[in-house]
Design a binder for this molecule. Structure first.
Ligand code: MD3
Ligand code: FE
Length: 206
């Protein structure tokens, strides 16, 4: 369902098997070569989510090939099977097998207290869609507008297995995660507790 032009929510899109596979893969990526960590912002703030990246390493507010702000190691590559999952999501959202070629994944882990304030994703030099995959505890996702951090916005509950594709006029909209609903996920398919979100992106960098 389209919640705004180009913003398509695909509830229950991942199979339980795909969710388990992603959780297993995330466990390994969280260990290294660059360990999952709380990102420190330029003015000293510390993000409550923990993040690990594939392909390109995101640091506020640019992408690099090595994790200069963590341990200096080159980031792990984005596996082709994960890019394929992104292509399938874009095709299912827009009904077109568009040539979508993500080069980066950002993997965020939310414990029960973590949140993400309203922001735009504009460190990419591409207007290709962002694909979001959610696993584990449900959350409140707030989808805003391209003009301001504030209203109007649409609140959507994201559940384990949901995909969301943000392209076209929605690509540079403000968005955030005001809260996670602890204990709503199934530890048999998701993390023991908390929420994982993977976003696939095209950085436009080389
Ligand atoms: C709408 N992550 O990593 S995913 C982020 O659940 C981020 O971890 C949130 O915002 C999370 O930057 C939200 C949904 C999402 C991701 C990227 C977008 C929505 C978006 C980019 C443009 C517009
Ligand atoms: Fe974002």
């Amino acid at each position: 369902r389209e919640i705004a032009p180009g913003a398509v929510h695909l509830p229950g899109w991942l199979t339980l098997g795909e969710q388990r596979r992603l959780v297993e893969a995330c466990r390994a990526w969280a260990k290294g070569p660059v360990p999952m960590r709380h990102t420190v912002l330029p003015r000293g703030g510390v993000m409550s989510v923990r993040t690990v990246c594939l392909g390109w390493h995101w640091q506020p507010y640019r992408y690099t090939r090595t994790a200069d702000d963590v341990n200096g190691e080159p980031v792990a590559p984005l596996p082709e099977w994960l890019a394929d999952l992104g292509r399938r999501a874009v095709a299912d959202a827009y009904g077109a097998a568009d040539a979508y070629d993500p080069d980066t994944a950002l993997i965020n882990f939310y414990d029960g207290q973590a949140k993400m304030g309203m922001h735009q994703d504009k460190d990419e030099e591409s207007d290709a869609p962002v694909v979001s995959l959610s696993i584990g505890d449900a959350c409140l996702f707030r989808f805003g507008n391209t003009e301001t951090r504030g209203r109007p916005y649409t609140d959507v509950r994201l559940e384990s297995g949901d995909a969301f594709v943000f392209g076209g006029p929605s690509r540079f909209a403000y968005h955030g995660v005001p809260k996670v609903y602890p204990g709503t996920g199934d530890p048999a398919t998701g993390p023991a507790s908390g929420r994982l979100n993977l976003t696939l992106r095209v950085t436009g960098l080389r």
